[in-house]
Design a protein around this ligand. Sequence first.
Ligand SMILES: *[C@@H]1O[C@H](CO)[C@@H](O)[C@H](O)[C@H]1NC(C)=O
Length: 315
Amino acid sequence: MKSVRILCICLLTVSAVIGNEKCPGVTVVVSEESDVILPCSLSTNQNLEQKLFDWRKKAPSKQEVFMYDGGLHYNNGRRGQDEHFRGRVSHFPQELQFGNASIIIRNTTVADSGVYTCDFPHLQPEQRLCIKLVVELTLKDRSGEIRGAAPKPFVGILNISEDEALLKCEVRGASPKPKVEWRDSDGNILPAEEPQVSRTGERYDITLLATVTRTNSSLFHCVATQEEMGHVTRDQIDVRYCEKTSEVKSHCGVGVLIGLWFSGVLTVAATLAPSVAAKCIRKHKKASQRNQRDDPSKEACNGDASLTNCLTSQL
Ligand SMILES: *[C@@H]1O[C@H](CO)[C@@H](O)[C@H](O)[C@H]1NC(C)=O
């Protein structure tokens, strides 16, 4: 059975939540996709097997969550449960004899957040408990799931030498404005330049440059986060610095193609003359393959120069 994670049951009084009525209760906080027990027990511990209890959601929307009446309930034929809770809620039959009418809600979503009541309408005096449920968003990749979620960043190398590389990360069309960071492979945030932000309507384009130096690690991530919607997306780049012996010093490393794209060469080429660009890239690939047999690192440092030349001359 999937474990029930309850991050915190804060003994807070949820007061004045249901109209003028005050009702004692607790707040339960869980992260989404987990299962949660909403507690409701009678202090008298009286047997509830032949009794009636009713769980409702009162706010922000009114929904019928779970009703038990002398053995008949929503999971064995009783009608009236809200669609939203269908098949996700159950009680604890073994606990009824101890006056325990708690329920479990499985696979919670943020939409489950709200105020719930647990009622015993036929008891004298009538009993009611309130439970405030807070389902928190977890950070995960929600690209394509939510409107405005930042797409996977474009990463590239703008400039590289024997011991330094200028990395570029671009996140386009995100709303709300995402936080964009360069991180190393251990997750540490790298010092970066002030992000360049441009806005079109609701959408934000963000460019973040960072200079990295030859370190133990050569793997870097660009991470875009939108806390409000629990969305995080990333891309990574593996930086290969130029060899010190290399004669031609230009751009090096993987991401050269992406770097060129950013610098506009490929964009222009692709717009004006797609066939020329394709030809150049094919040519470039062939040249790279030839070079690679001789010296792979040389290829990294020289390859793109030939591509640039090719494109420039063809245009
Ligand atoms: C009621 O039952 C649930 C589920 O077994 C349990 O987690 C909870 O502690 C019980 N409450 C009391 C007051 O015994």
